[in-house]
Every structure is written in C-alpha cells, then in structure tokens.
Write a protein that binds this ligand. Structure first.
Ligand SMILES: C[S@@+](CC[C@H](N)C(=O)[O-])C[C@H]1O[C@@H](n2cnc3c(N)ncnc32)[C@H](O)[C@@H]1O
Length: 247
C-alpha cells in the first residue's frame, strides 16, 4: 500500500502546536535529541516550525530543524530551518505531522503513517494528530518504542472528556462508537468527571476523575498550566494495522 502526498489546506496559526512542543520537551527529550526535528506539512509560512525551533533552542537542545510541505510556496525562508517539498530526511528524532491527514482517507492515512515511520531513528517518535486553532486543545499519537495517545487541554473552554472526540487522530476520529474500547474509556471518564463535583475547578476534576478510573498504564500530569493524559497504544506499522488502544 502506498500513498500519494497531496497539497491540502495550508491554514495554520501562531501557538497552535505549543502544547505539542511542551509535551515533547517534557516527555520525549531523548527522542528530540536523537535526530532532526521535522515538521511535516508545516502549512503557510511554517509558523509552527519557527515556533518549535525557538522552543527547542530555549530548552538548550541543538538539533537540525526541517520544514516540509508538499506546496513549496508555503515553506518558510528562515535561517536555521531547512526545507523540502518531500520527506527525504532519515534517522529523524521527532517527525511531527499535525493537522496534516484530515483530508486523507483511512487507507492513505495508514499508508502515510507506515511510510513516515521508516524515517525515524531508533529512539524517534512520529507525532500525528489534531489541535484547535489557538492551541488550547490537542490530541495526538506519539508513535515510537512506546506508542501512546496523548490528550491535552488548557481548560480555556468548558471542559468535559468528550471534548476530545472531534480532535482525535484521523484514524480514530470516526470510530469512537459504542462497543469500542475508546468509547468505553470516554464514557467511564465522563461519568467519573461528572461525579467529581466536590472538586471546585476543571483541572482538579480532570485529575481526580482519571485517578478514580484506576487504569493501569494511564499517565497524567501538568505542563505549564495545561494538563495531559497519555494512554498506551498498540501499533504495527509494517502491517498497516490501525493503532489500537492498549488498555
Ligand atoms: C493544515 S496544514 C497544517 C499546518 C501545521 N502543521 C499545523 O498544525 O497548523 C496541512 C499542510 O500539510 C501539507 N501536506 C499534506 N500532506 C502532505 C504530505 N504528504 N507531505 C507534505 N506535506 C503535506 C499541506 O500541503 C498543508 O500545507
């Protein structure tokens, strides 16, 4: 199975991927240090690549930075950022393809993930998912040695667990149906969230409700005022298998 890279809508905005950057710097520093950082599908002007470069530098890391977009006109012209219209870099530390697969069908999305994964270093991670325009909410796969689904929020809008449903990675977005593990997870979490009304604010309810679920392998924490939750995922890129929740 192969896929044809395509030029899709190129809209991006400042700050849109700041939660993803913060998570990678906090939880996947060794991946970041293991090879180039590649922003695949950087969008118009590579705004998010430029912001990642600055976040990575501020964290004291020295890594090659690449912006890749199928549309050459969207690539940034900035010192310290290499550019390309196709993914040619290998041994990548972090390959981030956020908000890129929304216009791809399931087969092409699977083929893209498999193909991209062959460009990773042994410690590298492939980050694929969706965020809202202003970077207040993000849901993404972090696919590497220990694949995971990460959900993040700043609580800037009314929060409830189901809010993540529309932001799930392309392969899972439409499959949160009754009877699936993910549906069961969200239903149980939403019930605990509802029951945790003794906590006064949304962040406290977020953590209390996740604790109450008592799920092995679930990790949660805070980074710079945002909260994250990580769930283990099973993924077999060679066989083009759809990643599954590893609970
Ligand atoms: C909506 S923008 C995403 C911009 C940025 N990553 C963000 O999260 O805001 C999607 C970009 O991905 C590019 N794109 C889609 N498929 C691609 C592929 N296979 N290789 C390179 N670029 C691709 C499109 O041309 C488009 O500019």
């Amino acid at each position: 199975m192969t896929f044809q890279p395509k030029i899709t809508r190129g809209k991006t905005s400042e700050g849109r991927l700041r939660l993803v950057d913060a998570y990678l710097l906090e939880r996947h520093r060794s991946a970041l240090e293991s090879g180039p950082f590649v922003d695949l599908g950087c969008g118009v002007g590579g705004l998010t690549t430029i912001e990642s470069k600055s976040a990575i530098e501020q964290a004291g890391l020295v890594v090659e930075i690449w912006a890749v977009d199928a549309d050459e006109a969207r690539l940034p012209a900035v010192d310290g950022i290499q550019t390309s219209t196709a993914l040619e870099v290998v041994d990548i530390g972090v390959l981030r393809a956020m908000n890129v697969l929304r216009q791809y069908n399931v087969d092409d999305s699977l083929a893209a993930l498999s193909e991209w994964s062959t460009h990773l270093s042994t410690q590298g991670v492939l980050v694929e998912g969706t965020s809202d325009k202003h970077g207040e909410l993000a849901a993404f796969f972090c696919l590497g040695r220990s694949p995971e689904l990460v959900l993040m929020t700043t609580f800037s809008r009314d929060f409830g667990p189901w809010i993540f449903r529309d932001y799930l990675p392309q392969l899972w977005r439409r499959s949160v149906k009754p009877g699936t593990a993910l549906f069961g997870f969200f239903r149980a979490w939403a019930a605990e969230f509802q029951a945790s009304s003794e906590c006064t604010d949304a962040p406290s309810r977020f953590f209390a409700s996740l604790d109450a679920l008592g799920i092995d392998g679930l990790k949660a924490g805070s980074i710079d005022g945002s909260a994250y939750l990580s769930l283990p995922v099973v993924w077999d890129p060679q066989n083009h298998a759809i990643p599954a929740l590893g609970l």
